[in-house]
Design a protein around this ligand. Sequence first.
Ligand SMILES: *[C@@H]1O[C@H](CO)[C@@H](O)[C@H](O)[C@H]1NC(C)=O
Ligand SMILES: *[C@@H]1O[C@H](CO)[C@@H](O)[C@H](O)[C@H]1NC(C)=O
Ligand SMILES: *[C@@H]1O[C@H](CO)[C@@H](O)[C@H](O)[C@H]1NC(C)=O
Ligand SMILES: *[C@@H]1O[C@H](CO)[C@@H](O)[C@H](O)[C@H]1NC(C)=O
Ligand SMILES: *[C@@H]1O[C@H](CO)[C@@H](O)[C@H](O)[C@H]1NC(C)=O
Ligand SMILES: *[C@@H]1O[C@H](CO)[C@@H](O)[C@H](O)[C@H]1NC(C)=O
Ligand SMILES: *[C@@H]1O[C@H](CO)[C@@H](O)[C@H](O)[C@H]1NC(C)=O
Ligand SMILES: CC(=O)N[C@H]1CO[C@H](CO)[C@@H](O)[C@@H]1O
Ligand SMILES: [Zn+2]
Length: 453
Amino acid sequence: MKLLVILLFSGLITGYRGNSSHSLPSKLLLVSFDGFRADYLQDYEFPHLQNFIKEGVLVEHVKNVFITKTFPNHYSIVTGLYEESHGIVANSMYDASTKKRFSDFDDKDPFWWNEAEPIWVTNQLQENRSSAAAMWPGTDVPIHNTTPSYFMNYSSSVSFEERLNNITMWLMNSNPPVTFATLYWEEPDASGHKYGPEDKENMYRVLKGIDDLIGELVHRLKVLGLWENLNVIITSDHGMTQCSKERLINLDLCIDNSSYTLVDLTPVAALLPKINITEVYNKLKVCDPHMNVYLKEEIPARFHYQHNDRIQPIILVADEGWTIVLNKSLSKLGDHGYDNSLSSMHPFLAAHGPAFHKGYKQSTINSVDIYPMMCHILGLKPHPNNGTFGHTKCLLVDQWCINLPEAIGIVIGALLVLTTLTCLIIIMQNRLSVPRPFSRLQLQEDDDDPLIE
Ligand SMILES: *[C@@H]1O[C@H](CO)[C@@H](O)[C@H](O)[C@H]1NC(C)=O
Ligand SMILES: *[C@@H]1O[C@H](CO)[C@@H](O)[C@H](O)[C@H]1NC(C)=O
Ligand SMILES: *[C@@H]1O[C@H](CO)[C@@H](O)[C@H](O)[C@H]1NC(C)=O
Ligand SMILES: *[C@@H]1O[C@H](CO)[C@@H](O)[C@H](O)[C@H]1NC(C)=O
Ligand SMILES: *[C@@H]1O[C@H](CO)[C@@H](O)[C@H](O)[C@H]1NC(C)=O
Ligand SMILES: *[C@@H]1O[C@H](CO)[C@@H](O)[C@H](O)[C@H]1NC(C)=O
Ligand SMILES: *[C@@H]1O[C@H](CO)[C@@H](O)[C@H](O)[C@H]1NC(C)=O
Ligand SMILES: CC(=O)N[C@H]1CO[C@H](CO)[C@@H](O)[C@@H]1O
Ligand SMILES: [Zn+2]
């Protein structure tokens, strides 16, 4: 009896101690391989990534935000906001009131980033938590006067190994602990631009290289004992589509370049007219059938790309695979930036760790849904955003979720069971009530037929 009490008691204590580790804040590493088009996963082999997915979750298509460029989409992932709401509306921007310019080579003025608060800043405002970044647009800028506690200035010449080494070192040995970390890599975007996604031979080689990096990442996390407890999201900012020298839109053939200031060129051009806007608009409107021309006020609502001073008075949106040029030849065979409803513009998302189910696949989410999911995992209160937490519930172990097909299945199943039961009951009732008249009849027959025998 005494032994039993002791056993029970010690069981309670160890159980309590063991599982109190759940109250430690969970950790999340967010990884982006720039320009990883969703259907590369179907068209090429990724043994390491597929192993990662087998033990985790996959979202096959992430609907990203317009314009489908690098800086705007990376900022939407970490803020949950459309571009018009976070203020990074292009890789090249101009602000008329301050006359400031922004480009991916000149991006360190906090002015551009301060319209939103990225998750690494929010995470650090919580007591005893820090953030770390092995690059990600904005992580080397003091946004709301805060950089991640550990970060690298952007430089494309730092190897993946060094980024991986340093981010894992920061995840292991820091006080207060790093609970949110980012890791960014320039490929397969750079090669996608250079060769075009239809160059299977070169893309095969490049994408095999990406899969090897994912293998290295998982191996490193296992060696360091981080694999089981760290949540890892692998995703991207946008896809890539094939361009061609046969599909050029030459603005110089339509309008004199002195009548506007060009803020951004292709595949979404941003123009600030120097003369009467209507005149510029009318010339561009008839310029080329493979390009939509919008006054700022008439940009389609589905783009969520209108309500910001950094969006210029006229934007031109090229059709998929078309390139807007200024009397020049084509410089790249692949590009992105197009309409975000095109599936070629979509990236994927895979995730692994204690927060995620194992072996679950979902067809789609929006890239703005990633932010509320990450806040949930980290136990942070999200800022107002354009994402929907419910869209990611099926990926998470601590959420109860029924997706639409499942719900329909359950309803149909229940109906089937009910009808079967009803039928059975009716049949049984008939069986139970029918035999009596029968037996009576038989009896009567028996009674009436003694003479036959
Ligand atoms: C923060 O960490 C320090 C040292 O690790 C500890 O003494 C303190 O209690 C922690 N504060 C909270 C609120 O957890
Ligand atoms: C990575 O860490 C090493 C060792 O601490 C350091 O010397 C190096 O500068 C770091 N690299 C970057 C890009 O910060
Ligand atoms: C980043 O660059 C700035 C200016 O060049 C320098 O002052 C700062 O120390 C660098 N930060 C890191 C983390 O390397
Ligand atoms: C286009 O460039 C060529 C030379 O490269 C020049 O001769 C021609 O005038 C230019 N056309 C326009 C419309 O600017
Ligand atoms: C406008 O076009 C002319 C010739 O076509 C060229 O010399 C000039 O650099 C262009 N200006 C701008 C701002 O591109
Ligand atoms: C711009 O031009 C249009 C017609 O070309 C004219 O109706 C309009 O009044 C002009 N607007 C300004 C501000 O000059
Ligand atoms: C996106 O979220 C922001 C912040 O809550 C809000 O101001 C904005 O209106 C939202 N945009 C849309 C299209 O709902
Ligand atoms: C029920 C449960 O999760 N138990 C775990 C509590 O923590 C210990 C030590 O971390 C684990 O070994 C138990 O499996
Ligand atoms: Zn990109």
